[in-house]
Design a protein around this ligand. Sequence first.
Ligand code: ATR
Length: 276
Amino acid sequence: MEHIYGVIGDPIAHSMSPAIHNDAFGAENIEARYHHFHVLSENLPDAIKGLKAVGVSGFNVTVPHKMAIIPLLDEVDDLARAIGAVNTVIYKNGRHIGYNTDGEGFYLSLVDRLGTELTSKKTLIIGAGGAARAIYFTLVKEGVSNVDIANRTLARAEMLIADCPYPKQSSALTISEAEQSLGEYDLIIQTTSSGMSPDTNAMPLDGKHLRQNAFVSDVIYNPLETKLLIQAKANGAEIQNGVDMLVNQAALAFQLWTGIMPDTQRMKEIVLNKLG
Ligand code: ATR
């Protein structure tokens, strides 16, 4: 029997997930199809019931449903519950179980580049929204405990630190404090939408005080190099764009559904092709 998977969101037409997952199902000889489902917020409860009623085997959840879906699920994994957002659901024994692979996907991307030395890095996260929350909680859970957070609205950074249930040593910084102390950090993670297409001239902060051997990771993948990454590279820093996180969160969802870790290089090629 062919299994059905999918992604729910609004808007959803431009999601890259169907292309990534359908290719992976083919490559792994798994009889399955992945579809995109346009679900408006007002229809979310009915959509979840419907996905269960017709026996859809698993699905991804994207904007604007990642938080709203939580009370509609039968079970939610501890990390996803702490983050307060679900991006992947498994349907098993008549129950919907929710996970969050965004933070773990990002963590995998860092491990690929930095190895296990990652845990000792002095880290700065820029931003305190949903993406920052998934990344911050996951890094701290994985043992990267020395993580500060800088945000345009300082109170949101303070709240994020207070909400994190794992042991950490973290301070909240204003953007100007972060700009001044940028040279203290080994690892800088940019999680805001500042610099995203079409506003590619924007930067969440000035990186002129970046350390030469710093590692700068930006969750934005369009453009492939944000203004901040271009500046970091010119300063001699190592850089990473958001494609790796996008691919790894998809790969971890695929693994949750099938038990198989797909070929992430293949997934990356599909994403890069789509981005042109
Ligand atoms: P997401 O779920 O994508 O993280 P979000 O929850 O709306 O989106 O959070 C957006 C983040 O980007 C916040 O940290 C926001 O800063 P504020 O908390 O001060 O609003 C940050 N952000 C958005 N646009 C920005 C800009 N132009 N400059 C700096 N920070 C920006």
